[in-house]
Structures are given as C-alpha cells and as structure tokens.
Design a protein around this ligand. Structure first.
Ligand code: SF4
Length: 399
C-alpha cells in the first residue's frame, strides 16, 4: 500500500482540528508517569483544555478543546513530557505494564527510556510516521498482539524475539542488544518505505527489514522457532501483589476519560503510575494499608477496581460532538447502556442486528461503539462492533 498523504497523527506541536476544537496528543513512552507528571497533566487539563485526560490505546494521553497550544507545550516541557520538538510524535512505545512487578520473564521497563533516548538521538528517525508503534513484551503476551511495527518479546530471562509488523522474525538477541536492534529496524523501515505509514503496508516489509538486519549483522540469524502472537484483552484490574510484596492497584477508567480532579487524587498518592494500552492505569508500589485507602477514596470517584465491571467491556470512539463524522453521541449511548444493564456478560450469545434505537442496543462481552463505520479506536481481537448508521445502530458480534 502506498499513501499519498503524510500521516496526520497529532502531537503537542501539531494539533488536530477536531469538531469540538484543537486536540493535542502527548506521548508517554511505556505509559510511565511520575506523580509530578500526572499532576502536571491534571493542571493542564483544567487550565488549558476541557478538564479531562483522555487515555489512548497506545498508553498515551490526549487533551481536547486546547485553548493555548504555546502554553501547553511550555507546561509539558517543564514537566519532562515534551523532551523533543523534532521527535515528539515518534515516541510511541508500549511496554507490558506489570513488567518487573508482577509476572513476566523479565523487566522491560528499563528498556523504555533507552529506546526513547535512542529514537531522539537519531535525527533521521524524526522522519518515522507518527503511527509507527514499538512494543516491549516481557513474555506474558499482553502487548505483542497489539499490532506493533517493531517489537521485542521475552522468551526467557536472557532472550528476546524480534517482532516485525506484529509477527515473529525468528531473530533472537540478548537483552543488552534489544534496543539497538529495534533502532536498526526503524532505520531499515525508513530506507524501505515510500509513503507507507506502517511496516505491514510495505510489500514483504517484515522479510525485507529482517534481511537488512541480517546483512548488517552477520552474527544474527532468523532460525528461532516461531512464536505465535495473539491479541489479548489483558487489563490489570484490582489488587495485585508485586514481587517485592508491595501492592499494585489496576484501575479501569470509564471510556478512557480521566477527570482532572481524579488524576489529582492519584498524583497525591505519590507513587509511580503506569498508563496501559487498554485505557486504564496502574498505581504501583503501595503498602497494604494505603492501598486499601486508595480503593476507598477512588472507587466512589469512578475508578474501577472490580474485574467484573461492565465498564471494562465497553470502549467508544470520540463520537459527537468531538468528531464531525459522527452520527450520534456514542459515548452517551454507551454510558446509558452500561448504566441500564444492557452490557451483558461475555458468555451470552448474540446475533447480528440493525436499525436499532440506542435504547434497544443490548450486547454482550467486549464491545466497541462507533459513531460511523470507520470504527476509530477499536481494540484488537474479538470485539463486538456497535456502529451508528443513518438507519440506527448495527450490532456485529465478535467472531
Ligand atoms: S469512528 Fe467515525 S465518528 Fe468515531 S471518531 Fe472515527 S470518524 Fe469519528
């Protein structure tokens, strides 16, 4: 596939003109936020946008209705959230959120700043399209299936598989070489691309990038037994005991929209925060008693600590009024469906339906509501589509 337009992914320095006003996207590599940075985001949400922090499917954040772009970039720079003007849109890095704390072969989080620094240090890599995604999976398989372009997947404590265009290449490297190999793959992608935004859009892109890498490094080969990569919905929710006996609290966020006031409360806990690619977050490194108090305070504010909550099944695109293409306010309709008990457990069977009024939509399990058939923000994997059409909603069950 050859694109005729440059990618239009927004950043902080290049806003998207949404129907409800300018939209800014802030990259948060690995979803890693300090409490001070979350507080800075909360302040910016109140002072410079619509008062909410939107979580994205890449563990980044967005502001809607941005009022002063220059003030926003100054504020984010001071908070360390905009470390590069040239490379801001290429810092799309997802890492297994619980890595190093709960499960997994190894801790991929220390590789995130190294990869981020490597990207920013290479002037040529500023040319990467804003859609290119890096994934670092600690072996549990939670992020390798999220459609990354360039990724590593731990096979044991000392070996990473290189993934390209979401699939295994057979190339294996030790941890010390993983970041350099991903950066080399990014350079190869740029050499091969015409106007493509993603590696999978280049004919034989995965094989050709692999050949580039093997030509440059004769000590590598692609003989590893292939691993299967699958998309999973692996939201960490609730009470999680870390390897060091501290507590991590996984919290769902309704439709991925975090009110600034709630974010301020989370920041005040003064613990590291991880944003996940499932539009949720994890508050880490808590002692037991404080963790209990956090749940007591934040659950009534709308954060979800119950893994059986129907909110965890539902996602929605921006819809009306944020998107001019939207036929309806899908977020309000999805909210009404949850509140009135029309989001059913996963095991319930369902059939395709069409021409439905919003109040007639009843669907089970993982579901994504869209204001038109472009289905923006649809999660990977088995997801029921609920799409607004001029004739009412259609329901297309997950495969
Ligand atoms: S799915 Fe349609 S309505 Fe929703 S954000 Fe995308 S273009 Fe807009």
């Amino acid at each position: 596939m050859t694109r005729s337009d440059p990618d239009s992914c927004p950043g902080v320095l290049r806003l998207h003109e949404a129907a409800d006003g300018p939209l800014a996207r802030i990259r948060v590599p690995g979803g890693q936020l300090s409490p001070e940075q979350l507080q800075a985001l909360a302040a910016a949400a109140v002072d410079l946008s619509d008062g909410n922090i939107e979580l994205t499917s890449r563990g980044n954040v967005q502001f809607r209705q941005v009022r002063d772009a220059a003030a926003l970039s100054e504020h984010l720079t001071a908070a360390g959230l905009l470390p590069s003007a040239t490379h801001e849109r290429v810092r799309n890095i997802i890492a297994s959120p619980l890595s190093g704390r709960v499960g997994g072969w190894t801790d991929v989080h220390p590789l995130v700043p190294a990869l981020d620094a490597g990207l920013r240090a290479a002037p040529r890599l500023a040319e990467l399209p804003g859609r290119v995604l890096f994934t670092l999976d600690d072996g549990r398989g939670d992020v390798s299936g999220l459609g990354g372009d360039i990724g590593i997947h731990a096979l044991d404590e000392n070996t990473y598989a290189l993934l390209l265009a979401g699939n295994d290449t057979g190339v294996r490297v030790p941890p010390a070489e993983a970041v350099d190999l991903m950066l080399a793959a990014a350079h190869s992608f740029l050499e091969l691309r015409d106007a493509q935004w993603r590696l999978h859009e280049i004919p034989d892109g995965r094989a050709r990038v692999t050949d580039h890498l093997l030509t440059a490094r004769t000590d590598l080969d692609a003989s590893g037994d292939p691993i299967e990569v699958v998309a999973r919905q692996d939201i960490p929710i609730g009470w999680l005991t870390q390897h060091d006996d501290k507590i991590a609290l996984g919290a769902g966020v309704r439709l991925g929209s975090l009110p600034a006031r709630t974010a301020e409360f989370i920041a005040a806990i003064e613990r590291p925060i991880l944003l996940t690619p499932w539009r949720s977050l994890v508050i880490t490194d808590l002692d037991e008693w404080p963790a209990e108090q956090v749940v007591r305070v934040l659950a009534p504010m709308g954060l979800i600590f119950d893994a059986n909550s129907p909110w965890l099944q539902v996602s929605a695109c921006a819809g009306m009024p944020g998107c001019a293409k939207s036929l309806t306010d899908v977020r309000a309709d999805a909210t009404a469906a949850v509140d009135s008990g029309r989001v059913l457990p996963t095991a319930t069977t369902q059939s395709p339906r069409e021409g439905l009024d919003s109040t007639e939509v009843i669907a089970s399990g993982r579901q994504h509501w869209s204001g038109c058939d472009r289905r923006c923000g649809r999660p990977k994997g088995a997801v029921t589509d609920i799409i607004a059409t001029p004739d009412g909603y259609t329901i297309t069950p997950a495969d």
